[in-house]
Design a protein around this ligand. Structure first.
Ligand code: FAD
Ligand code: SF4
Length: 335
């Protein structure tokens, strides 16, 4: 591991300025030279593996961002709340899609360390991205090519990708958050702003080198999660029953009124370069009478035009089945 310095901050203003001051001072060394660290469960792996070697870490784990507040149909979750804390919070008990996206992720030990802010900003698990001995990776070395397109690509994405990068977004929580119309509160040197989780990440077919829209020094301070008047659920399909990333997943939030889908919102995981909001499927479903045939039509519409490479051909079909199954389970419509 390259040598680095670590700065601890205990107020939000200081956190942003620690990054920007240092980043400006070290600009000649590149934009990645100062980064935040929260639970460290992703950041330290990247540093140990030599994938990302910042000169300075700004430790934000002591910021006063560890509370969950539930008011007027809105959950406000501090970015430093751990995945385990949020999963067992009473306000999440009836929000199945959120709770299950947390409990089906990683392991109990990791969930005790990992923060929700770090979870939604985790970097891809693409094996070629995480191996600096591989020269071709447009995400790690812009303009170098993509080793995965011609390599082993079973776990990669089929939506929001092209031949330049097929990296999958790995967070389960972010998939649930897009289906919940959640937002992140950001604080940075330019002040505060709020961004929809659906707009937080950058698609690989837009810019593989950029994971998200955060400006240098910008910190996620809170998640804002509207509590829907609807049923919800999260289904995760993976190679083994625990401690594994999704091959495909579906987060569904839906409300039936007299058999008609009055509200439906869908996030898909394991298939997109970003937590995928399935707007095409939603358009097919919204306002129509729920049936298995309609669910099939919607899932087919969403996966149409998927970009496949050798190894990922199975993904659109698995994603289609995952979505149909979860629509059926959440709505309890069986015919
Ligand atoms: P850190 O490692 O501290 O930070 C991660 C990134 O986010 C860094 O780039 C950091 O700079 C940035 N960051 C952190 N907090 C903020 C903030 N508030 N504002 C701005 N930037 C910030 N995840 C899943 O969803 N599903 C899984 O099945 C799953 N399985 C896993 C299995 C293993 C073996 C491992 C190691 C991880 C797995 N994960 C999984 C990922 C895990 O959930 C994340 O590593 C964790 O949530 C990251 O949180 P952290 O607090 O440790 O972040
Ligand atoms: Fe790099 Fe993306 Fe290709 Fe993986 S899929 S090797 S992250 S460019």
């Amino acid at each position: 591991m390259h040598p680095f310095t670590i700065t601890r901050v205990d107020d939000v203003e200081a956190a942003g300025s620690a990054v920007t001051n240092d980043a400006i001072a070290r600009a000649v060394q590149g934009p990645d030279d100062t980064v935040f660290i929260a639970g460290g469960t992703t950041q330290l792996d990247l540093m140990r593996d030599g994938v990302w070697s910042p000169g300075t870490l700004v430790d934000i784990s002591r910021l006063p961002l560890g509370e969950v507040e539930a008011t007027d149909g809105l959950l406000v979750v501090g970015a430093a709340v751990t995945m385990a804390e949020l999963a067992r919070h009473p306000a999440v008990a009836g929000l199945d899609v959120l709770r299950d996206s947390l409990l089906l992720a990683a392991s109990p030990q990791l969930r005790n360390m990992a923060t929700v802010g770090g979870n939604v900003l985790q970097r891809t698990r693409c094996r070629y991205f995480r191996d600096p001995t591989v020269p071709q990776c447009n995400k790690r070395v812009p303009g170098s090519g993509c080793a995965a397109v011609e390599g082993t690509a079973r776990t990669h994405a089929v939506l929001g990708v092209d031949a330049g990068c097929i990296a999958v977004h790995a967070s389960d929580l972010a998939v649930a958050l897009v289906a919940l119309d959640a937002r992140v509160r950001l604080h940075g040197p330019g002040g505060g702003r709020t961004v929809a989780v659906a707009d937080l990440h950058v698609r690989a077919d837009v810019d593989p080198a950029r994971d998200n829209v955060l400006a240098p020094g910008e910190l996620i301070t809170h998640l804002e999660i509207p509590v829907p008047h609807a049923r919800s659920g999260y289904l995760k399909v993976r190679d083994r029953a625990s401690y594994e990333f999704a091959l495909t997943s579906a987060a569904v939030v839906a409300r039936l009124e007299d058999g008609v889908l009055a509200h439906v919102a869908i996030g898909l995981g394991g298939v997109g370069s970003v937590p995928w909001r399935a707007t095409r499927a939603e358009d097919v479903l919204r306002g129509r009478r729920a049936s298995l045939a309609l669910f099939e039509e919607a899932a087919k519409a969403e996966l149409e035009g998927a970009f496949m490479v050798p190894g990922t051909e199975f993904k659109p079909e698995l994603a289609r089945r995952t979505l149909v199954r979860q629509l059926r389970d959440v709505t309890e419509v069986t015919a």
